[in-house]
Write a new protein. Structure first.
Length: 435
């Protein structure tokens, strides 16, 4: 089987590792990939959102399965495009991802909130506003208790959510969002919602359009500094599974959220195929939806996939071909702790091109045996050297008997990897020890 994986982050390195371990694999291509994905397949210079370019590459290289790693090509309509073109050409080409219609669950927060309201899926009270609705938006905010939550409707690279205690600041941010100066086109519509007090987690599911299964739970840590201080990032680490997401809590997630979501999409005439990421708030024991994502999360993927016993290609082809019921999702009982090494200055201005030194004992040849993994994210090859090529550089994951054990192993490994300006949080998961 020939596979094309789209993306370039730590998530895609985790995908490429798992795919490469499948005996059915013939060739794996990653577009555009990074220094880590090159260990498991061939990096190719393709833009994942250039749909015609992606399709032509698939035809020329006899691709059997396309795996979109991030949301951009999905929101751009990649699945519909490839399925329509390949069917017309008489080619059998599967895509493990949702349609453009379903991708609006992530691509438009207004769409997602309206969907949840229609199917009575628990979420925060909200209203949506456009540029001319500033007065109405301000009036709605005054009905809420601070802090105020403002979300750009469209994709904003994970940075389209503003939370502030001040009504005056919220009104100023609202003006910046809707006049295009803060998030551009993504902020033309703004969703304002009540603030939910609780503890966050994410639950992941896979679906083939007919049947679905839970893939696992994880908790991501967004703030740059220990103790959840400082600005938000793309994610500084993750823990899987989440200890408070026990059988009773997960039954609520499934019955109140996951099942109604998949059933609702089917009722709309758009059955969901692919990975579904449900961002949740545990509010006094009750799950409420913060957001949907239509792909795996990053760094949650790097925490969940090392626990996955199910062969990756079995799961991906079942998603694309509609026979997921024949595949059993099986996860290790051990705890995974993922710690991200980031560039100095992140999430602000950073310098790229710093040489990364990785001890030989932590190279891929021995990593699986130690139950430790080093996932490249913002890296590239420069001659014979691996160098930094982004803010989030490397995700380190360790399996352990519990959170403390797994985190200790990841922090120890993090100390051994060196590059100029390297920084990482040391407290990932410590807030969960009380559970």
């Amino acid at each position: 089987m020939n596979v094309l994986l789209l993306g370039s982050g730590g998530r895609e390195h985790a995908f490429s590792l798992k795919i490469s371990q499948s005996p059915e694999l013939n060739k794996l291509f990653i577009a555009p990939g990074n220094a880590g994905t090159a260990l498991h397949g061939t990096n190719v210079d393709l833009s994942p959102t250039n749909l015609e370019q992606v399709y032509q590459f698939c035809v020329e290289n006899q691709i059997d399965l396309v795996v979109p790693g991030n949301e951009d090509p999905l929101v751009a309509g990649l699945v519909d495009y490839i399925e329509e073109k390949s069917t017309a050409a008489g080619l059998k080409m599967g895509v493990a991802g949702p349609s453009e219609w379903c991708a609006r669950l992530e691509g438009s927060k207004d769409f997602a909130k309206a969907f949840m309201k229609k199917y009575e899926i628990p979420t925060a009270k909200y209203e949506s506003f456009r540029l001319g609705d500033l007065k109405s938006a301000s009036a709605f905010m005054k009905t809420l208790e601070p802090p105020y939550v403002l979300k750009a409707d469209g994709l904003a690279a994970g940075k389209g959510v503003i939370i502030t205690e001040s009504l005056e600041e919220a009104e100023a941010v609202l003006k910046e969002m809707t006049d295009g100066s803060k998030f551009g086109k993504a902020g033309e519509v703004v969703v304002i919602e009540e603030f939910l007090k609780g503890i966050e987690l994410s639950v992941f599911a896979v679906s083939d359009g007919d049947s679905w299964q839970i893939l696992g739970s994880a908790k991501d840590y967004k703030r740059i500094f220990d103790g959840d201080q400082g600005p938000n990032t793309g994610g500084m680490g993750a823990i899987s599974p989440v200890p408070f997401a026990d059988a009773a809590f997960m039954e609520k997630v499934i019955s109140r959220i996951v099942k109604p979501t998949f059933d609702g999409l089917k009722e709309e005439g758009h059955p969901y195929k692919g990975f579904l990421f449900v961002g949740l708030m545990n509010v006094a024991g009750d799950p409420m939806v913060i957001e949907y994502n239509v792909r795996m999360g990053d760094p949650e993927t790097e925490a969940i996939f090392p626990r996955l016993n199910t062969p990756m290609l079995d799961m991906l082809t079942a998603i694309a071909n509609g026979n997921l019921s024949a595949v059993k999702i099986d996860l290790k009982e051990e705890t995974a702790a993922t710690v991200f090494l980031v560039s100095g200055g992140y999430p602000g201005d950073i310098e790229k091109g710093k040489t990364i030194l990785i001890p030989a004992t932590y190279q891929w040849q021995t990593a699986d045996n130690n139950k430790q993994w080093l996932f490249h994210a913002g890296t590239k090859m420069q001659g014979d050297d691996v160098v930094t090529n982004g803010g989030r550089v490397i995700a380190i994951t360790s399996l352990g008997t519990d959170i403390a054990n797994a985190l200790s192993r990841s922090n120890e490994m993090a100390q051994s990897v060196q590059f100029e300006g390297k920084f990482h949080r040391k407290d990932i998961g410590l807030d969960l020890l009380k559970y």
